[in-house]
Write a protein that binds this ligand. Structure first.
Ligand SMILES: [Zn+2]
Length: 461
């Protein structure tokens, strides 16, 4: 009798007493590889890169492309040279591609060439699975059509470009299971042309883009109001998929999934890594695609169905962005080098590099994730096997919680019955886990949460 009572009490509290975990529950033991990558990212390297970029005077999309000292052509060739240098040091591990497209548009009246500089580090086991980091090399002043004036673009987006180059420098010393793509994009300020070109390149090459990490203005720590924040980065992620069909939207509205797109679960994964590997530095997730009514190169990736997030400094300085370099009434305007906080930028570059490494070492996220259990005390979670996964982990959280708070291993099974966890009361997801403990992002069930662009459109469950 007494024993039966104890069992009953234990069962009734089971869902709440499950071990609490951080997002994208990472292995208990920290990865020596991720720690070494974090330690290798250097503020001085980032400073040297931005100083070099600023030295090209302007990197406006419509600026000189022939000169070797001024304009966007010289800047792009210098980036290509950096990638070639890293590739020499890793015995040719980087393949450099420069997709190009001639475009005209509202901000490009004369047909002009958009050129992206990509360095591709092929994965050892799973080369078609792609993790992208991007930043935009083009810069501007107040008049978006002014291709002549000095436009140093130290923060916007010399900082993001420097994070991409630093990731390439550090990560090209290691080998990863999935492919890493380092993308320096053009034409952002004229209309996200380089991001569109990258999305098209990914489609043309039938890449399975698991994650795109866009870095745009990631080096400023003092706001226009003088408030300083050097301990957070904002990670913006869309709530529902850009590619959701009306039928999928109807189902999602009914059963939930507004805050569980693959991009949102990627943001949670990034947040979990910051907590595990960085000291005194954390992610502020923002439940938006970008800043209010503003845009960036993650948007064309999202439009193509790829999970993508935007990293942006915690607090912006509007006297620096898109301004002519000048001093007026004692206020300095313009996006100049000495306003960048390099130690802060290094933390964001570190977070990007360890995120890419963690994603590329983990197996692909599970597909065909389903939940069943209506009118039952238990919930059954199932999924298809992921190549290279040694085990799987099911996570769940209260429907109003921002982070995954509970998880349980399914070992190598592709189904898990959660006893006394009622399907009505929780959101669920699944991660795949490698034999050496790397965990994929959590995948929310159905098309709302699927990581594959094709699966998002096809999974009509
Ligand atoms: Zn920008």
């Amino acid at each position: 009798m007494r024993l039966a009572m104890i069992v009953a009490v234990a069962l009734s509290i089971a869902p709440l007493s499950a071990p609490a975990e951080t997002d994208a529950p990472q292995p208990a033991a920290k990865s020596a590889l991720l720690q070494s990558i974090a330690g290798d990212v250097k503020a001085d390297e980032l400073r040297a890169t931005i100083a070099k970029l600023v030295g090209f005077g302007t990197r406006h999309t419509l600026s000189d492309t022939k000169s070797n000292t001024r304009g966007i052509g010289a800047a792009r060739r210098w980036v290509k040279g950096r990638f070639e240098e890293f590739s020499r040091q890793c015995k040719g591990c980087l393949q450099i591609q420069m997709p190009e497209q001639t475009v005209t548009g509202e901000r490009i009246p004369q047909a002009s060439s958009i050129v992206d500089v990509l360095a591709i580090q092929r994965g050892t086991d799973d080369p078609d699975r792609i993790i992208v980091i991007s930043g935009h090399i083009d810069s501007r002043v107040r008049d978006v059509m002014d291709a002549k004036s000095d436009a140093p673009g130290a923060d916007d987006d010399g900082s993001g470009t420097a994070a991409v180059i630093e990731a390439a420098r550090v990560l090209s010393k290691h080998k990863f299971r999935a492919t890493l793509v380092y993308a320096v994009l053009s034409g952002e300020e004229q209309g996200l042309y380089g991001g569109k070109l990258l999305a098209q390149f990914a489609r043309d090459h039938r890449w399975f883009v698991e994650a795109a990490l866009n870095n745009d203005i990631v080096g400023n720590t003092v706001g226009t109001n003088g408030v300083k924040d050097a301990t957070h980065v904002r990670v913006f992620s869309e709530g529902t998929r850009s590619t959701e069909t009306p039928e999928q939207a109807t189902r999602r509205r009914y059963n939930g999934g507004e805050v569980d797109s693959p991009s949102r679960n990627l943001a949670r994964f990034v947040s979990g890594l910051a907590d595990a590997y960085l000291t005194g530095f954390s992610v502020r997730m923002v439940y938006r695609t970008d800043r209010f009514n503003r845009g960036g190169d993650q948007v064309p990736m999202l439009a193509a169905g790829y999970p993508a997030v935007r990293f942006t400094e915690a607090i912006e300085n509007y006297t620096r962005e898109h301004e002519d370099v000048r001093t007026e009434n004692g206020v300095r305007y313009g996006d100049v080098l000495d306003a960048v906080d390099f130690a802060y930028l290094a933390q964001i570059a570190r977070l990007n590099a360890i995120t890419m490494a963690a994603l590329a070492m983990a197996p692909p996220p599970p597909t065909d994730v389903k939940i069943e259990g209506a009118v039952s005390m238990d919930t059954k979670v199932s999924w298809s096997p992921a190549a290279g996964a040694a085990s799987y982990r099911v996570s769940w959280r209260d429907t109003t919680e921002p982070h995954w708070s509970n998880s349980q291993s399914a070992n190598d099974a592709t189904t898990l019955l959660l006893k006394d966890v009622n399907i009505d009361d929780w959101f669920f997801g699944v991660s795949s886990v490698s034999a050496d403990g790397y965990v994929s992002p959590v995948v929310f069930p159905g098309p709302a949460g699927a990581f594959s662009a094709a699966a998002g459109a096809a999974e009509q469950k």
